[in-house]
Design a binder for this molecule. Structure first.
Ligand SMILES: [Zn+2]
Length: 399
């Protein structure tokens, strides 16, 4: 049992619930345009025909996941997916254990040491850029959908010469877009059929202005402005139906639903989904952190099920699931599971699971691998030209 002072769970839960209730009421009368997109859009001709879906958790320790006492938190990963997977028991983050750098390192195959809060792009080309430049793939073929507020649009392309944004991915932050959609609805005053509209609007306005949605500092910014209009319409539609459903209230649920919509509308060949409900750990709630692990476990499984039933993906897709890093050990001077700053086994040691087309036979690999090994491996699966990275190609995944 862990003692938590100030009961942040109650505060965050109430804030989230109130936000969603008010947003639902506001958006209920808002008719967003329907998109008329059919099929997968245009794709470049090059490549192997293989698809890659990468699912990245935030920071989770081995202790709460693939350990004897942790398995209870990941019934789908351990029970449904492990038996058919290629499982690397020891996948190591040897770089900076902060979100933007960790994701950048995974996506570039080089340990990145840029700004922790995404103010600077990775310095070497991302997998998106290599894929698009090397094979002429369209932007609609490469996506990042992320819950993590420590990321910015700069996660989609590097600052490397001859690469950069012209070859970058679509980057979408559904939670920010939801907040933005609500703010726009407030400004436009388009809601109707609400007895207590003024009260709700005032409530929402104060939450947005305080930037305390979920108590996590979300604020409205121009993410949506940078998206292609048809992309934006698709996302807004998905967000509206999420809000209208009044059902699941987790940021990762929204990220999953938007990712699934992106798969159905655009069928990208390279999709990166970044969940971060587990990062509620920074507020000190162990119960909510474990709840985030369970959500990520379930959503990873739902993602795999979508791949199995979506004809654009079935039979030719490799899905990988991995955490960005672990978290600090109990009893550490950095407050244990709250953080991920320690140079410790608990913080650096994670795991990686691969499923699908590139998996020849299910097996558990004991040999340690590094997060930077993934980029060149996935690039090879997609048919990219050889890449110059710090990582090594993982030979167990067949091209
Ligand atoms: Zn964190």
């Amino acid at each position: 049992m862990r003692v938590i002072s100030g009961n942040p769970e109650a505060t965050i839960d109430r804030s989230k619930r109130e936000f969603l209730r008010a947003a639902m009421a506001l958006l209920a009368g808002l008719g967003l345009p329907k998109t008329s997109l059919a099929g997968g859009g245009r794709h470049g001709a090059g490549g192997s025909g293989q698809r890659v879906v990468m699912v990245v958790f935030g920071g989770v320790r081995r202790a709460e996941t693939f350990s004897p006492q942790g398995l209870v938190n990941i019934p789908h990963l351990s029970g449904d997916l492990l038996p058919q997977s290629l499982f690397y028991r020891d996948a190591r983050n040897e770089g900076v254990t902060a979100h933007f750098n960790a994701i950048s390192s995974i996506l570039t195959g080089n340990w990145q040491r840029v700004d922790d809060w995404g103010k600077l792009a990775p310095t070497t080309p991302t997998l998106f850029e290599q894929f698009r430049k090397g094979l002429g793939a369209a932007q609609s073929d490469t996506w990042v959908v992320a819950s993590n507020k420590a990321l910015t649009n700069l996660i989609g392309a590097s600052s490397a010469a001859d690469y950069g944004p012209p070859y970058g991915a679509n980057v979408v932050f559904p939670k920010q877009l939801m907040v933005a959609a609500v703010a726009n609805a407030l400004r436009a005053g388009r809601s109707r059929n609400m007895a207590d509209r003024e009260k709700i609007e005032a409530e929402l306005q104060s939450m947005l202005e305080a930037g305390n949605y979920e108590g996590l500092g979300w604020s409205v910014f121009d993410a949506a402005e940078r998206l292609d209009p048809r992309v934006r319409a698709t996302i807004e539609e998905a967000i509206t139906s999420f809000v209208r459903s009044g059902g699941p209230t987790s940021g990762d649920e929204l990220t999953f639903l938007v990712s699934r919509e992106v798969m159905r509308k655009f069928s990208p060949r390279l999709l990166v989904v970044i969940f971060s409900d587990v990062e509620v750990a920074h507020f000190g709630s162990y119960a909510m952190h474990v709840g985030g692990i369970r959500t990520g476990d379930r959503l990873s499984y739902q993602m795999w099920q979508e791949i199995q039933t979506n004809p654009e993906y079935k039979g030719r897709t490799t899905m990988v699931v991995m955490p960005e890093f672990g978290r600090d050990p109990d009893g550490s001077t950095t407050n244990g599971f709250f953080n991920h700053r320690g140079d410790t086994e608990s913080t650096r040691g994670t795991w990686m699971m691969a499923l699908g087309a590139a998996v020849e036979k299910p097996q558990i690999v004991e040999r340690p691998i590094r997060h930077v090994d993934l980029c060149a491996t996935l690039g090879d699966l997609l048919g990219c030209p050889p890449m110059d990275t710090q990582g090594a190609r993982l030979k167990e995944l067949r091209g």
